[in-house]
Design a protein around this ligand. Structure first.
Ligand code: NAP
Length: 244
C-alpha cells in the first residue's frame, strides 16, 4: 500500500505540538488515526475535531513509559481498523538545565519517555508489523541527535540514543518494514521546560524567535509515509533556516 489515504496510523504525543500537527495533516490526507498521550481531554477534543471534518480518529489515554499502554494503543488500532500501518513515536520531554543542577528526576523522565517510550512502541508494534508483512516506524528525534549544546546534555543523549536505535531497527527490519527518523530543529510548541531553578536561558528564548511551525515537521512525516512501499525515507532533518 502506498500513499496515505486509508492507512492506519497510531501517534504518541498527539495531544499537542508536533504530534497534533501530524494528526491533523494525516487526517486531511485520509489516514485513520489512533491518538495517544496522557492528556485524554485534549486527545478527545482533537479526535472530535478530526471526525467533524470527516476524518476518523480514536483517542486513548497512553503513557509511553508503560509497556502495557503502548500494547493497548497498538491493540486499539488492530481492533478498530483491522491493522496498523504506521506507528509515529513522537512523545518526548525535555528539561533544559546544566548537569551541575543534578535534576536527576528530570534525567530519569527524559530517559523513560524519550528512549524507553520509543522502545515500548517498537515492542508493541514490531510483532504486528511482522505478522502483517508490512509496517512503518516513524520516530521523532531532534537535531540534538547531531549536536550537543550546554544545558541539553541529557536530552541530546536521549535523542542520540533514539537515532541509534532507529538505525539499528532499520538494519534489522528487512525488506518489508520501513523506518523513518524525523529530526526537527527548533519548532514552535510548548516544548522544553527550563530548569526549575533558573529563568529561561537567554539562548533558549532567542531560539524561540526563529522557531518553525509544527506543520513543517508534519509535512516531512507525510512525505515519508506517502512514498511507495519499496521506498524507505530513513532520516529527515527539518530546521529553521536561521538555526546554526
Ligand atoms: N519543539 C521543538 O523544538 C522540538 C525540536 C526537536 C525535537 N522535538 C521533539 O518533538 C516531539 C514532540 O514535541 P513537541 O515539540 O511537539 O512538544 P509538546 O507540545 O510538549 O509535545 C510533547 C508530547 O509528548 C507527550 N508526552 C510527554 N510525555 C508523555 C508520556 N509519558 N506518555 C505519552 N505522551 C507523552 C505530550 O502529551 P501529554 O503531556 O498529554 O502526555 C505531548 O503530546 C518530542 O519527541 C520532542 O523531543 C521537539
Amino acid at each position: 500500500m502506498s500513499g496515505i489515504n486509508g492507512k492506519v496510523v497510531a501517534i504518541t504525543g498527539a495531544s499537542s505540538g508536533i504530534g497534533e500537527a501530524i494528526a491533523l495533516s494525516l487526517a486531511e490526507r485520509g489516514a485513520r488515526l489512533v491518538l495517544g498521550a496522557r492528556r485524554a481531554d485534549r486527545l478527545e477534543a482533537l479526535a472530535a475535531r478530526i471526525e467533524k471534518a470527516g476524518g476518523e480518529a480514536v483517542p486513548l489515554r497512553t503513557d509511553v513509559t508503560r509497556p502495557d499502554d503502548m500494547k493497548a494503543l497498538v491493540g486499539l488500532a488492530v481492533e478498530r481498523f483491522g491493522r496498523l500501518d504506521v506507528l509515529v513515536g513522537n512523545a518526548g520531554v525535555a528539561t533544559v538545565s546544566p548537569l551541575d543542577e543534578l535534576h536527576t528526576d528530570r534525567w530519569d523522565e527524559m530517559v523513560d519517555v524519550n528512549i524507553k517510550g520509543v522502545l515500548h512502541g517498537i515492542a508493541a508494534a514490531l510483532p504486528v508489523f511482522r505478522a502483517q508483512g508490512s509496517g512503518h516506524f516513524v520516530t521523532t528525534a531532534s537535531t540534538a541527535a547531531y549536536r550537543v549544546v550546554p544545558s541539553m546534555a541529557v536530552y541530546a543523549g536521549t535523542k542520540f540514543a533514539v537515532r541509534a536505535i532507529c538505525e539499528g531497527l532499520r538494519q534489522e527490519a528487512g525488506p518489508q518494514l520501513r523506518v523513518t527518523t524525523v529530526l526537527p530543529g527548533v519548532t514552535a510548541t510548548d516544548f522544553a521546560v527550563p530548569s526549575p531553578q533558573e529563568e529561561v536561558p537567554a539562548a533558549l528564548a532567542a531560539l524561540r524567535d526563529i522557531a518553525i511551525p509544527p506543520a513543517a515537521i508534519a509535512r516531512a512525516v507525510a512525505f515519508a509515509i506517502e512514498q511507495p512501499a519499496d521506498v524507505d525515507v530513513n532520516e529527515i532533518a527539518v530546521r529553521p533556516t536561521a538555526q546554526s
